[in-house]
Design a protein. Structure first.
Ligand SMILES: *Cc1c(COP(=O)(O)O)cnc(C)c1O
Length: 370
């Protein structure tokens, strides 16, 4: 079956006469479970919950491929999913290698809480011939592709092979593309880590995340971390995510087409310093992106000459809503460097194409840039 078909049907409950068609939220702290706890599927809501199970099965199907039967665990945010992987793998003396311009909160988390206990943090050079050296002795390669917000592309297959040869495990932050656009486990990654807050659920009303793996034993310490730390998703949020997931194929197709049209429009203007979109043939990572992605995704970044010009653009835009985050059905944009720890160019606008009619978005861009 096509992946999109599986996703569209992911909130259906098992076919039992007289029962609801779709999954419903199960709100329970304790469950009826007398005697030996091992005899009950559910006992206590920090350990497991049937609504999580439905969502995790849907996410596992999304992360699977003909050769991989993935397993997934949900978390209360993308960062909680990131933290669970770090806590499971990184010990004093260990080393994580990551791009210097990925999602800045991941760098801050490492800087504030892992470096001080003796975890080494190294940046992955962009030049291919320096990457092997950077991976020597590493515990974990933390990739992000496309990166947020500059949309750099890393070759997941090649870097996974390099990292494995160096004895490191590989995690890919797959938030920007979503697992429907980019199946990182089949490209060789050990962990797919996703913030479901963005395009995966797409309604801009949820914060959640997940970790998926191909080898089930890799999930054990992550599962244990979740249970012991209590880093758990509420069942209502799990249910809202189940309502949102089935529209992912429709949303992603439309938003990616809109993003490509926006990127093409911007690339044709002389007042834009740079347009960053992996779907443009002129993007330095386009060839690799075309190999490893089925959609180029909703995010387009572009650089205006300075902060003032970028702020003027945002103030003049009427349809394009100024807001952080991305991947919603509504088109949004923000000047990334307004966040103090973000390293992007002061004039960089990160835009997230939504599902509106493209003519209206392009008209709005034309007016806001005039
Ligand atoms: C937003 C984001 C995260 C963090 O997700 P939250 O759900 O906000 O915790 C991690 N990685 C990337 C690439 C993101 O864009």
């Amino acid at each position: 079956m096509r992946k999109s078909t599986t996703v569209v049907r992911s909130h259906l409950a098992p076919a039992v006469n007289g029962e609801a068609l779709t999954a419903s939220p199960v709100l329970s702290g304790p469950f009826h479970a007398s005697g030996d706890p091992a005899a009950s599927a559910y006992t206590y809501g920090r350990f497991h919950n049937p609504t999580w199970t439905t969502l995790e099965n849907a996410l596992a199907a999304l992360e699977s491929s003909p050769t991989i039967a993935a397993k997934a665990l949900v978390f209360p945010s993308g960062m909680a999913a990131v933290t669970a992987v770090f806590e499971a793998l990184l010990r004093p003396g260990g080393t994580v290698v990551l791009p210097a311009n990925g999602y800045y909160t991941v760098r801050m988390l490492l800087e504030r809480f892992f470096s001080p206990i003796g975890v080494g943090v190294r940046f992955l050079p962009k030049q291919a011939d320096l990457q092997g050296e950077a991976l020597r002795g590493a515990t974990l390669l933390w990739l992000e592709t496309p990166t947020n917000p500059e949309l750099d592309i890393y070759d997941i297959r090649v870097l996974s092979q390099l990292a494995h040869a160096a004895g490191a495990l590989v995690a890919v932050d797959n938030t920007t593309a979503t697992p429907l656009a980019q199946n990182v486990l089949s490209l060789g990654a050990d962990y797919s880590v996703v913030s479901g807050t963005k395009a995966l659920t797409g309604q801009s009303d949820l914060i959640l995340g997940h970790v998926a793996v191909a080898q089930e034993e890799l999930l054990k310490p992550i599962h244990e971390w979740r249970t012991l730390s209590g880093s758990i998703l509420g069942p209502m949020e799990a249910w809202l995510a189940l309502r949102s997931l089935p529209s992912l194929p429709l949303r992603l197709e439309r938003a990616s087409a809109n993003a490509l049209a926006i990127a093409g429009f911007l690339a044709g203007r002389s007042d834009i310093l740079r347009v960053l979109y992996p779907g443009l043939p002129s993007h330095p990572g386009h060839e690799i992106a075309a190999q490893q992605m089925d959609y180029f995704g909703p995010v387009v970044s572009f650089v205006l000459e300075d902060r003032a010009r970028a702020e003027r653009f945002l103030a003049r835009a009427e349809l394009v809503t100024e807001a952080t985050s991305f991947g919603g059905i509504v088109t949004t944009a923000e000047r990334r460097a307004r966040w103090p720890k973000e390293s992007a160019h002061p004039g960089l606008i990160r835009m997230s194409a939504g599902c509106e009619a493209i003519e209206d978005i392009l008209n709005d861009l034309e007016n806001a840039l005039a």
